[in-house]
Design a protein around this ligand. Structure first.
Ligand code: ZN
Length: 208
């Protein structure tokens, strides 16, 4: 009883990072590891820090990254940022999935700094995710901030949970897309976007 109380008291004084590190240490024990061997001594703290960093997007939203980088502009053609590198964690296995995002929109009086588009992808990637939701969230965020005539997002990624375990499909890529406004309703816009997204630089080449 006394021991339990002492333990409770120690735990309540722990920071979330310390608590996470303690749980990682326990996880290692349950996996049959000798947690006191040299290589593992600092692993619990490293894993805790790394997980906190990889999921930091969960407490952020699109306004945190875009800030005031929205500008009035009468340009009405498609703006596209291709090949945005992305790294995320699948929420089913907490294993990485990674690949590229292609994001395009047609302005409706407002544009955003191009580097901010990549930051939007990052914010939604740095949390426990599924690729389908990540794709929708990026499209929704661009729509919310710019209220463009349309927005299109294509993400192609490989999932370590598929490659390292289970079906071990090592060459399969998952491709998801979210199309809104003109990208959904206007076949020409949609085709132009999809050709650009799947075209130059990807392993498939599509004649545009
Ligand atoms: Zn998974």
């Amino acid at each position: 009883m006394m021991a339990t109380l002492a333990l409770e008291r120690r735990r309540s004084a722990e920071s979330p990072d310390e608590e996470l590190a303690r749980l990682v240490r326990r996880q290692l024990e349950l996996l049959g590891e000798d947690v006191d061997r040299e290589g593992l001594l600092k692993t619990p703290e490293r894993v805790a820090k790394s997980l906190a960093w990889l999921t930091q997007g969960a407490t952020m939203n699109v306004h945190d990254v875009i800030g005031d980088a929205v500008f009035a502009e009468s340009h009405e053609n498609m703006v596209m940022v291709r090949d945005i590198e992305l790294y995320s964690l699948c929420e089913h296995h907490m294993l990485p999935f990674f690949g590229k995002a292609h994001v395009a929109y047609i302005p409706n009086g407002r544009i955003v700094g191009l580097s901010k588009v990549a930051r939007v992808v990052e914010v939604f990637a740095r949390r426990l995710q599924v690729q389908e939701r990540l794709t929708e969230q990026v499209a929704e965020a661009i729509e919310e901030v710019l209220q463009p005539q349309g927005v299109g997002v294509v993400i192609e990624a490989v999932h370590l949970c598929m490659m390292m375990r289970g079906v071990e499909k090592q060459n399969s890529r998952t491709i998801t897309s979210a199309l809104r406004g003109k990208f959904r309703d206007c076949p020409m816009t949609r085709n132009e976007f999809l050709s650009l997204a799947h075209g130059v630089g990807s392993s498939r080449s599509v004649a545009v």
